[in-house]
Design a protein around this ligand. Structure first.
Ligand code: PRP
Ligand code: ZN
Length: 285
């Protein structure tokens, strides 16, 4: 029987959320703390726990069939793999940062400077695009300390909360790339593996949709319903149920997480009361 091999990060910024995503898809796996790989109990999938930087190459060579990792690493490595889906977690950016007391005048600030990074390819692309000649100092970790110890004038590194830059006396001046977790796949999967992948993607999309949306319930006077329906487009049209109180009804719909705060103030203005917003466990569209 066919098994789909999925590579996820062993330890690091993506590892916990990657495992959580599989669990939310109903796939039971071990936590990966002391193992290299583990088979899921109830889905034809085997999980390989790897360094994220190695995942693009392993997927290209089909050591793993698919992988979960940051776009930053996919674009830096530039392997023959397909990006299938953004996963909505591990948001970060690849940015240039300089000592906080310096003033950044534009890309020309970097002319003939030394820039420390673990992302030489993406940095090269930025420098080329901006016609800047600079020296790239490639280091594999703790890039942020490079200016402080005199190894470089600037850094090109991943920024998430910004704490690392702040504690090292650096400031972000240019964003080169925005990134989040994605799922990548080998380009030559056989039919059996493709079929498992489709089942997995179906579940991932249901989990993702659920996270991006909320279920909303509210009470409103009958004559406000039309206006409220305009504010809440919902999946199709909202469900409306009569209340015991004459002239009132209860309305149920789905609203996007992104804009539900804004919608809620509009709803109250339109006459809605007793508004409940409830998380959705899975959403199949
Ligand atoms: C990045 C980067 C910083 C840190 C920034 O490392 O190199 O060290 O995250 O995050 P912050 O803005 O929230 O402080 P990453 O987690 O990608 O680990 P790695 O460099 O070991 O791959
Ligand atoms: Zn890494």
């Amino acid at each position: 029987m066919s098994v789909l091999k999925i590579a996820i990060q062993k330890t690091g910024r993506l590892s916990e959320n990657s495992r959580k995503l599989l669990e939310e898809c109903g796939i039971k796996i071990s936590n990966g703390a002391n193992v290299l790989k583990s088979a899921a109990g109830n889905f034809p999938i085997e999980v390989l726990y790897l360094r994220d930087d190695d995942i693009p190459q392993y997927v290209e060579q089909q050591v793993a069939d698919i992988g979960i990792l940051g776009e930053n690493i996919v674009y830096e490595n530039d392997k023959e793999v397909d990006i299938l889906e953004q996963l909505g977690f591990a948001h970060c950016r690849l940015s240039l940062a300089i000592p906080k007391e310096d003033s950044f005048t534009g890309p020309e600030y970097l002319m003939d400077k030394k820039i420390a990074t673990s992302y030489p390819n993406l940095l090269k692309g930025y420098l080329k695009k901006n016609n800047v000649r600079a020296q790239i100092e490639e280091i594999s970790g703790s890039v942020e300390i490079a200016p402080g110890i005199g190894l470089a004038d600037a850094v090109c590194d991943i920024v998430s909360s910004g704490t690392t830059l702040l504690t090292n006396g650096l400031k972000e001046v240019v964003t080169i790339l925005k990134s989040q977790a994605v799922i990548i796949a080998n380009r030559n999967l056989d039919e059996a593996k493709k079929e498992i992948l489709e089942r997995l993607l179906f579940r991932i999309r249901a989990v993702k949709n659920a996270k991006e949306n909320k279920y909303i319930l509210l009470n409103a006077p009958q004559d406000a319903i039309q206006e409220i329906c305009r504010i809440l487009p919902g999946m199709k049209s909202p469900t409306i149920l009569p209340l015991v109180e004459e002239g009132w009804c209860s309305l149920h719909s789905v609203v996007r997480e992104d804009d539900f705060w804004e919608r809620i103030s509009q709803l109250k203005k339109a006459g809605a009361e007793g508004i409940l917003v409830i998380p959705i466990e899975k959403m199949i569209t």
